[in-house]
Design a protein around this ligand. Structure first.
Ligand code: C2E
Ligand code: CA
Ligand code: CA
Ligand code: CA
Length: 278
Protein backbone atom coordinates (compact mmCIF):
# COMPACT_ATOMS: atom_id res chain seq x y z
CA UNK A 1 0.00 0.00 0.00
CA UNK A 2 3.00 2.26 -0.48
CA UNK A 3 2.05 3.21 -4.01
CA UNK A 4 0.15 6.40 -4.37
CA UNK A 5 -1.21 8.75 -7.00
CA UNK A 6 -2.17 6.99 -10.19
CA UNK A 7 -2.21 3.51 -8.73
CA UNK A 8 -4.34 4.61 -5.91
CA UNK A 9 -6.80 6.20 -8.29
CA UNK A 10 -6.86 3.06 -10.43
CA UNK A 11 -7.59 0.96 -7.37
CA UNK A 12 -10.66 3.00 -6.51
CA UNK A 13 -11.86 3.33 -10.07
CA UNK A 14 -11.50 -0.43 -10.47
CA UNK A 15 -13.66 -1.06 -7.46
CA UNK A 16 -16.22 1.44 -8.60
CA UNK A 17 -16.38 -0.20 -11.99
CA UNK A 18 -16.85 -3.61 -10.43
CA UNK A 19 -19.72 -2.28 -8.35
CA UNK A 20 -21.41 -0.83 -11.42
CA UNK A 21 -20.98 -4.06 -13.35
CA UNK A 22 -22.49 -6.06 -10.51
CA UNK A 23 -25.37 -3.65 -10.29
CA UNK A 24 -25.92 -3.84 -14.01
CA UNK A 25 -25.78 -7.65 -14.00
CA UNK A 26 -28.32 -7.74 -11.19
CA UNK A 27 -30.61 -5.35 -13.04
CA UNK A 28 -30.50 -7.60 -16.12
CA UNK A 29 -31.28 -10.66 -14.02
CA UNK A 30 -34.14 -8.84 -12.39
CA UNK A 31 -35.59 -7.72 -15.73
CA UNK A 32 -35.34 -11.29 -16.96
CA UNK A 33 -36.98 -12.68 -13.84
CA UNK A 34 -39.86 -10.22 -14.08
CA UNK A 35 -40.44 -10.78 -17.80
CA UNK A 36 -40.42 -14.54 -17.36
CA UNK A 37 -42.41 -14.51 -14.13
CA UNK A 38 -39.59 -16.21 -12.24
CA UNK A 39 -39.72 -14.31 -8.97
CA UNK A 40 -40.43 -16.49 -5.96
CA UNK A 41 -42.46 -15.48 -2.94
CA UNK A 42 -41.87 -17.08 0.46
CA UNK A 43 -44.11 -16.78 3.50
CA UNK A 44 -43.13 -16.17 7.10
CA UNK A 45 -45.84 -16.93 9.64
CA UNK A 46 -46.82 -14.43 12.34
CA UNK A 47 -47.88 -15.86 15.69
CA UNK A 48 -50.05 -15.08 18.65
CA UNK A 49 -47.37 -14.91 21.36
CA UNK A 50 -49.71 -16.46 23.95
CA UNK A 51 -51.34 -19.32 22.03
CA UNK A 52 -48.78 -19.82 19.24
CA UNK A 53 -51.64 -19.83 16.73
CA UNK A 54 -50.74 -18.48 13.30
CA UNK A 55 -52.30 -15.05 12.89
CA UNK A 56 -50.96 -14.16 9.46
CA UNK A 57 -48.05 -14.46 7.07
CA UNK A 58 -45.67 -11.97 5.52
CA UNK A 59 -44.93 -12.43 1.82
CA UNK A 60 -41.22 -11.89 1.05
CA UNK A 61 -39.88 -11.84 -2.49
CA UNK A 62 -36.82 -13.80 -3.66
CA UNK A 63 -34.88 -13.93 -6.90
CA UNK A 64 -33.21 -17.23 -7.82
CA UNK A 65 -29.70 -17.17 -9.34
CA UNK A 66 -28.24 -19.68 -11.86
CA UNK A 67 -27.12 -22.05 -9.10
CA UNK A 68 -30.59 -22.07 -7.59
CA UNK A 69 -29.61 -19.91 -4.63
CA UNK A 70 -31.82 -17.09 -3.41
CA UNK A 71 -30.74 -13.50 -3.96
CA UNK A 72 -31.89 -11.26 -1.11
CA UNK A 73 -34.45 -8.52 -1.68
CA UNK A 74 -32.12 -6.23 0.26
CA UNK A 75 -29.85 -6.42 -2.82
CA UNK A 76 -32.42 -6.10 -5.60
CA UNK A 77 -35.32 -4.01 -4.27
CA UNK A 78 -33.23 -0.80 -4.37
CA UNK A 79 -32.26 -1.64 -7.97
CA UNK A 80 -35.90 -2.28 -8.83
CA UNK A 81 -36.75 1.13 -7.40
CA UNK A 82 -34.01 2.91 -9.34
CA UNK A 83 -34.65 1.21 -12.66
CA UNK A 84 -38.40 1.62 -12.75
CA UNK A 85 -39.07 -2.10 -12.26
CA UNK A 86 -40.67 -1.82 -8.84
CA UNK A 87 -44.19 -1.45 -10.20
CA UNK A 88 -44.04 -4.66 -12.23
CA UNK A 89 -42.25 -6.49 -9.41
CA UNK A 90 -44.75 -5.28 -6.84
CA UNK A 91 -47.74 -6.33 -8.94
CA UNK A 92 -46.34 -9.83 -9.45
CA UNK A 93 -45.74 -10.23 -5.73
CA UNK A 94 -49.24 -8.96 -4.92
CA UNK A 95 -50.88 -11.37 -7.34
CA UNK A 96 -48.85 -14.37 -6.15
CA UNK A 97 -49.49 -13.55 -2.49
CA UNK A 98 -53.24 -13.03 -2.94
CA UNK A 99 -53.54 -16.19 -5.03
CA UNK A 100 -51.83 -18.15 -2.22
CA UNK A 101 -54.01 -16.59 0.46
CA UNK A 102 -57.11 -17.53 -1.57
CA UNK A 103 -55.80 -21.14 -1.46
CA UNK A 104 -55.37 -20.98 2.32
CA UNK A 105 -58.96 -19.83 2.60
CA UNK A 106 -60.26 -22.62 0.35
CA UNK A 107 -58.20 -25.14 2.35
CA UNK A 108 -60.15 -24.21 5.48
CA UNK A 109 -57.24 -22.32 7.08
CA UNK A 110 -58.08 -18.68 6.38
CA UNK A 111 -55.02 -16.52 7.00
CA UNK A 112 -54.24 -12.91 6.23
CA UNK A 113 -51.28 -12.27 3.93
CA UNK A 114 -49.13 -9.15 4.36
CA UNK A 115 -47.38 -7.72 1.33
CA UNK A 116 -44.53 -5.20 1.47
CA UNK A 117 -45.12 -2.04 -0.53
CA UNK A 118 -42.10 0.04 -1.45
CA UNK A 119 -42.07 3.82 -1.20
CA UNK A 120 -42.35 4.48 -4.95
CA UNK A 121 -45.14 1.90 -5.27
CA UNK A 122 -47.06 3.66 -2.52
CA UNK A 123 -46.46 7.14 -3.90
CA UNK A 124 -47.30 6.09 -7.47
CA UNK A 125 -50.84 6.71 -8.60
CA UNK A 126 -51.80 3.21 -9.64
CA UNK A 127 -51.64 1.30 -6.37
CA UNK A 128 -55.36 1.45 -5.59
CA UNK A 129 -56.49 0.21 -8.97
CA UNK A 130 -53.83 -2.48 -8.97
CA UNK A 131 -54.98 -3.75 -5.57
CA UNK A 132 -58.59 -3.83 -6.74
CA UNK A 133 -57.48 -5.69 -9.84
CA UNK A 134 -55.46 -8.27 -7.91
CA UNK A 135 -58.27 -8.90 -5.41
CA UNK A 136 -60.62 -9.48 -8.30
CA UNK A 137 -58.22 -11.78 -10.16
CA UNK A 138 -57.36 -13.87 -7.10
CA UNK A 139 -60.90 -13.82 -5.69
CA UNK A 140 -59.41 -13.04 -2.27
CA UNK A 141 -61.80 -11.24 0.09
CA UNK A 142 -60.10 -7.93 1.01
CA UNK A 143 -59.94 -8.57 4.76
CA UNK A 144 -57.29 -11.23 4.05
CA UNK A 145 -54.88 -8.74 2.54
CA UNK A 146 -52.66 -6.37 4.49
CA UNK A 147 -50.15 -3.92 3.05
CA UNK A 148 -46.94 -3.30 4.98
CA UNK A 149 -45.92 0.27 4.32
CA UNK A 150 -42.80 1.70 5.92
CA UNK A 151 -43.10 4.61 8.25
CA UNK A 152 -40.81 6.58 5.94
CA UNK A 153 -43.14 6.10 2.92
CA UNK A 154 -46.08 7.33 4.98
CA UNK A 155 -44.30 10.47 6.10
CA UNK A 156 -43.97 12.03 2.64
CA UNK A 157 -46.82 14.40 1.84
CA UNK A 158 -49.16 13.98 4.79
CA UNK A 159 -52.32 15.03 2.92
CA UNK A 160 -51.60 12.72 0.02
CA UNK A 161 -50.85 9.85 2.38
CA UNK A 162 -54.08 10.48 4.22
CA UNK A 163 -56.11 10.55 0.98
CA UNK A 164 -54.43 7.40 -0.29
CA UNK A 165 -55.01 5.51 2.94
CA UNK A 166 -58.70 6.43 2.87
CA UNK A 167 -59.06 4.93 -0.62
CA UNK A 168 -57.13 1.79 0.34
CA UNK A 169 -59.19 1.30 3.50
CA UNK A 170 -62.38 1.67 1.47
CA UNK A 171 -61.31 -1.39 -0.50
CA UNK A 172 -61.52 -3.28 2.79
CA UNK A 173 -57.86 -4.20 3.16
CA UNK A 174 -55.64 -3.71 6.21
CA UNK A 175 -52.68 -1.37 6.57
CA UNK A 176 -49.62 -1.99 8.69
CA UNK A 177 -46.82 0.46 9.47
CA UNK A 178 -43.56 -1.37 8.85
CA UNK A 179 -40.21 -0.67 10.51
CA UNK A 180 -41.88 1.53 13.08
CA UNK A 181 -39.45 3.72 14.99
CA UNK A 182 -36.72 3.76 12.34
CA UNK A 183 -37.91 6.69 10.21
CA UNK A 184 -38.51 10.33 10.88
CA UNK A 185 -42.09 10.36 11.96
CA UNK A 186 -44.52 12.94 13.16
CA UNK A 187 -46.27 10.94 15.81
CA UNK A 188 -49.27 13.27 15.86
CA UNK A 189 -50.26 12.20 12.35
CA UNK A 190 -50.62 8.61 13.48
CA UNK A 191 -53.98 9.37 15.00
CA UNK A 192 -55.33 10.74 11.70
CA UNK A 193 -54.03 7.86 9.61
CA UNK A 194 -56.44 4.97 9.51
CA UNK A 195 -54.02 2.11 10.02
CA UNK A 196 -54.56 -1.27 11.70
CA UNK A 197 -51.15 -2.53 12.71
CA UNK A 198 -47.74 -1.33 13.79
CA UNK A 199 -44.62 -3.48 13.41
CA UNK A 200 -41.88 -3.00 15.97
CA UNK A 201 -38.67 -2.98 13.97
CA UNK A 202 -36.38 -5.90 14.65
CA UNK A 203 -33.42 -3.60 15.26
CA UNK A 204 -35.04 -2.72 18.62
CA UNK A 205 -36.20 -6.25 19.45
CA UNK A 206 -32.74 -7.68 18.78
CA UNK A 207 -31.02 -6.15 21.81
CA UNK A 208 -34.02 -5.31 23.96
CA UNK A 209 -32.79 -7.61 26.73
CA UNK A 210 -29.23 -6.28 26.86
CA UNK A 211 -29.76 -2.66 26.00
CA UNK A 212 -31.86 -0.48 28.26
CA UNK A 213 -32.50 2.07 25.49
CA UNK A 214 -33.77 -0.54 23.07
CA UNK A 215 -35.98 -1.98 25.80
CA UNK A 216 -37.46 1.42 26.55
CA UNK A 217 -38.09 2.08 22.84
CA UNK A 218 -39.88 -1.27 22.41
CA UNK A 219 -41.90 -0.54 25.54
CA UNK A 220 -42.88 2.91 24.25
CA UNK A 221 -43.84 1.66 20.79
CA UNK A 222 -46.03 -1.09 22.24
CA UNK A 223 -47.73 1.33 24.58
CA UNK A 224 -48.24 3.88 21.79
CA UNK A 225 -49.77 1.16 19.62
CA UNK A 226 -52.09 0.14 22.43
CA UNK A 227 -53.25 3.67 23.11
CA UNK A 228 -54.04 4.11 19.42
CA UNK A 229 -55.82 0.71 19.52
CA UNK A 230 -53.53 -0.75 16.89
CA UNK A 231 -52.39 -4.33 16.62
CA UNK A 232 -48.70 -4.50 17.51
CA UNK A 233 -46.46 -7.13 15.88
CA UNK A 234 -42.85 -7.59 17.02
CA UNK A 235 -40.39 -8.48 14.26
CA UNK A 236 -37.25 -10.57 14.55
CA UNK A 237 -38.27 -12.60 17.60
CA UNK A 238 -35.47 -15.11 18.09
CA UNK A 239 -35.62 -16.20 21.75
CA UNK A 240 -38.17 -17.30 24.37
CA UNK A 241 -36.77 -14.57 26.65
CA UNK A 242 -37.84 -11.97 24.11
CA UNK A 243 -41.33 -13.52 23.99
CA UNK A 244 -41.61 -13.23 27.78
CA UNK A 245 -40.42 -9.62 27.79
CA UNK A 246 -42.67 -8.69 24.86
CA UNK A 247 -45.78 -10.28 26.36
CA UNK A 248 -45.00 -8.58 29.69
CA UNK A 249 -45.08 -5.30 27.81
CA UNK A 250 -48.47 -6.17 26.31
CA UNK A 251 -47.39 -7.19 22.83
CA UNK A 252 -49.56 -10.05 21.55
CA UNK A 253 -48.13 -10.90 18.14
CA UNK A 254 -44.69 -11.74 16.83
CA UNK A 255 -42.72 -13.03 13.91
CA UNK A 256 -39.20 -14.38 13.81
CA UNK A 257 -36.78 -17.25 13.51
CA UNK A 258 -37.82 -18.59 16.94
CA UNK A 259 -41.11 -19.64 15.36
CA UNK A 260 -40.27 -20.08 11.72
CA UNK A 261 -38.08 -18.88 8.88
CA UNK A 262 -39.87 -17.79 5.71
CA UNK A 263 -41.27 -20.92 3.98
CA UNK A 264 -42.02 -21.91 0.39
CA UNK A 265 -45.72 -21.72 -0.48
CA UNK A 266 -46.08 -25.52 -0.26
CA UNK A 267 -44.29 -25.72 3.08
CA UNK A 268 -46.33 -22.85 4.43
CA UNK A 269 -49.62 -24.53 3.53
CA UNK A 270 -48.47 -27.75 5.24
CA UNK A 271 -47.34 -25.73 8.27
CA UNK A 272 -50.71 -24.00 8.34
CA UNK A 273 -52.69 -27.23 8.18
CA UNK A 274 -50.64 -28.72 11.05
CA UNK A 275 -50.73 -25.64 13.23
CA UNK A 276 -52.79 -24.67 16.26
CA UNK A 277 -55.98 -23.04 15.04
CA UNK A 278 -57.08 -19.76 16.54
P1 C2E B 1 -38.88 -6.34 6.25
O1 C2E B 1 -40.18 -6.00 5.61
O2 C2E B 1 -38.54 -5.63 7.50
O3 C2E B 1 -38.92 -7.91 6.44
C1 C2E B 1 -38.37 -8.59 7.53
C2 C2E B 1 -37.06 -9.25 7.17
O4 C2E B 1 -36.53 -9.86 8.35
C3 C2E B 1 -37.14 -10.38 6.15
O5 C2E B 1 -35.92 -10.38 5.40
C4 C2E B 1 -37.20 -11.63 7.03
O6 C2E B 1 -36.79 -12.80 6.37
C5 C2E B 1 -36.24 -11.23 8.12
N1 C2E B 1 -36.48 -11.92 9.40
C6 C2E B 1 -37.63 -12.48 9.84
N2 C2E B 1 -37.47 -12.99 11.09
C7 C2E B 1 -36.19 -12.74 11.44
C8 C2E B 1 -35.42 -13.03 12.63
O7 C2E B 1 -35.88 -13.62 13.61
N3 C2E B 1 -34.13 -12.59 12.62
C9 C2E B 1 -33.58 -11.94 11.57
N4 C2E B 1 -32.30 -11.57 11.66
N5 C2E B 1 -34.28 -11.66 10.44
C10 C2E B 1 -35.56 -12.06 10.38
P2 C2E B 1 -35.92 -10.46 3.83
O8 C2E B 1 -36.92 -11.46 3.36
O9 C2E B 1 -34.49 -10.63 3.40
O10 C2E B 1 -36.43 -9.03 3.38
C11 C2E B 1 -35.68 -7.89 3.62
C12 C2E B 1 -36.42 -6.64 3.25
O11 C2E B 1 -36.67 -6.60 1.84
C13 C2E B 1 -37.80 -6.55 3.89
O12 C2E B 1 -37.66 -6.09 5.21
C14 C2E B 1 -38.49 -5.58 2.97
O13 C2E B 1 -38.12 -4.27 3.28
C15 C2E B 1 -37.88 -5.94 1.62
N6 C2E B 1 -38.81 -6.83 0.89
C16 C2E B 1 -38.95 -8.17 0.94
N7 C2E B 1 -39.91 -8.60 0.09
C17 C2E B 1 -40.40 -7.50 -0.52
C18 C2E B 1 -41.42 -7.27 -1.52
O14 C2E B 1 -42.10 -8.17 -2.01
N8 C2E B 1 -41.60 -5.97 -1.92
C19 C2E B 1 -40.89 -4.93 -1.38
N9 C2E B 1 -41.13 -3.70 -1.82
N10 C2E B 1 -39.94 -5.12 -0.44
C20 C2E B 1 -39.69 -6.38 -0.02
CA1 CA C 1 -42.27 -6.02 6.19
CA1 CA D 1 -40.10 -4.68 8.93
CA1 CA E 1 -36.95 -4.01 8.78
Amino acid sequence: AKKEGRNHFCFFSGELEEGLLQRHALELKLRHAITNDELVVVYQPKFNLHTRAIVGAEALVRMVDESGKFISPVDFIPIAEESNLIGALGNQVLLKACTEAAKWLISGTPTCVSVNISASQFIGSKLESEIANVLNQSQLPPQYLELEITETSLMGDINETQAKLVILKKLGINISIDDFGTGYSSLSYLKTFDVDTMKVDMSFVKDMLNNKHDYEIVKTIISLGQSLTLDVVAEGVETEEQVIALTDLGCTKGQGYLYSRPLSSDDFLTFLKNSVQQ
